[in-house]
Write a protein that binds this ligand. Structure first.
Ligand SMILES: Cc1ncc(COP(=O)(O)O)c(C=O)c1O
Length: 390
């Protein structure tokens, strides 16, 4: 028995939760937010502030920057010097703003599908072009980078920005130092700036660690901006507290100017203290969380192996998301996500939202109490059998 409770089901319906906004019969395992209460120290910090009763405008205290510096140095070997961190409300608003700051309308922004759906949306909504460097997916479902294609795409002079997802959402790959270094070398060779989105970086399989892109080499450090946050790790998306790190003053100043224009950098009343509590006191909670998520992933894997061999699980080293291969289902699984939701109430995400390359896959969020996961797996079995026998 661990010290923290991940088993209790917390009623989230009727609380304004995006995830739990559907009908009573629905079991949502889609959007990347966890059905767990956050670490007690973070909750206490939030309550302390709530009790002050005054919620005026805010500035970030030095302790905020320090908490990031200590966490990334100690856990991940990334040095963040004073002044190299910018506050941002959220990673997606910050990326959207950086797209505007670092590219012109019509320029190409490279991403590696299947990848986080908001990258597509924010590139297109800013009237930039999505340039896809699709990941290679092997027979055993392991995924890797198509470096030849990457170089071809980066060598197009209209491609100005590369948004890297490290670790990868939805596949859960932890990119190695060698892979990151090779990507960094190609980007600098072709004058392309890298935004490394590392929001999922602390949600790793026990015993594994992620490699920050900016800690790979001086080249990577100087040619990048990194998205960091406690929001995925500690389930704080609704607090809106994130950061962008860059050691390159010129890139950082440009990003900062954009954040000011776009009003991305106004902290809320809980932004600083929630992040400080997370990074100062959250480590023991996180260690248990990662164990729990790993057990959930193993549960899904053994269930599918025994009960639904038609559905295969992509090896996942990070994130609480599973990328399920449904290509063995009738019609290569086309329409299965919608069918499953309608017939059983289980709401998983259709892989196509992660780019055309995600066709034939589903994304499942397993950051929930075991009882909900078991319910989800039962619904998945029922839905799959009904889909096959249609
Ligand atoms: C890779 C990635 N980046 C960013 C976000 C969202 O960041 P924010 O809520 O801070 O905008 C997510 C959420 O799932 C994500 O998966």
């Amino acid at each position: 028995m661990g010290k923290y409770d991940f088993d209790t089901i917390i009623e989230r319906r009727g609380t304004g939760s995006l995830k739990w906004n559907g009908p009573e019969s629905e079991l949502p395992m889609w959007v990347a937010d966890m059905d767990f209460s956050t670490a007690p120290e973070i909750r206490e910090a939030i309550v302390r502030i709530a009790e002050r009763g005054v919620y005026g405008y805010n500035v970030m205290p030095p302790a905020w920057e320090l908490s990031y510096q200590e966490w990334w140095q100690k856990r991940h070997g990334l040095t963040i010097n004073a002044g190299e961190l910018l506050f941002a409300k959220g990673i997606v608003p910050a990326i959207s703003s950086m797209i505007r700051s670092f590219t012109e309308q019509g320029d190409g922004v490279l991403i590696q599908p299947p990848v986080y759906n908001c990258f597509f949306r924010t590139i297109r909504e800013n009237q930039r072009r999505v340039v896809e460097n699709n990941l290679l997916i092997a027979e055993d479902l392991s995924c890797s980078i198509d470096f030849d294609d990457l170089e071809t795409k980066l060598s197009d002079p209209s491609v100005k920005l590369f948004i890297l997802c490290n670790p990868q959402n939805p596949g859960g790959r932890l990119w190695t130092k060698e892979e990151l270094s090779a990507m960094g070398d190609l980007a600098i060779k072709h004058n392309v700036v890298i935004i490394s989105d590392e929001i999922h970086c602390d949600l790793t399989e026990p015993g594994k660690n992620y490699q920050p892109f900016a800690a790979v080499s001086e080249t990577c450090r100087q040619n990048s901006l990194t998205c960091l946050a406690p929001s995925k790790t500690f389930n704080l998306a609704g607090i809106q507290t994130s950061a962008i790190f860059s050691a390159n003053e010129e890139l950082r100043k440009r990003a900062e100017q954009g954040f000011d224009t776009d009003e991305v950098s106004e902290p809320g009343s809980f932004s600083a203290e929630a992040a400080i509590a997370a990074f100062r006191y959250g480590e023991p909670w996180l260690a248990e969380l990662n164990e729990y998520i790993q057990e959930n992933k193993e549960t899904v894997k053994s269930f599918l192996g025994a009960e639904l061999p038609e559905i295969r699980v992509t090896p996942s080293e990070a994130t609480y998301l599973l990328w399920l291969d449904i290509r063995a289902l009738p019609g290569q699984g086309e329409g299965f996500a919608a069918f499953l939701r309608k017939e059983t109430g289980l709401y998983l995400l259709d892989g196509r939202i992660y780019g055309d390359h995600g066709r034939g896959f589903l994304r499942m969020n397993v950051a929930c109490p075991r009882a909900l996961l078991d319910d989800g797996l039962k619904r998945l079995k029922k839905g799959t059998e009904a889909f096959i026998s249609r």
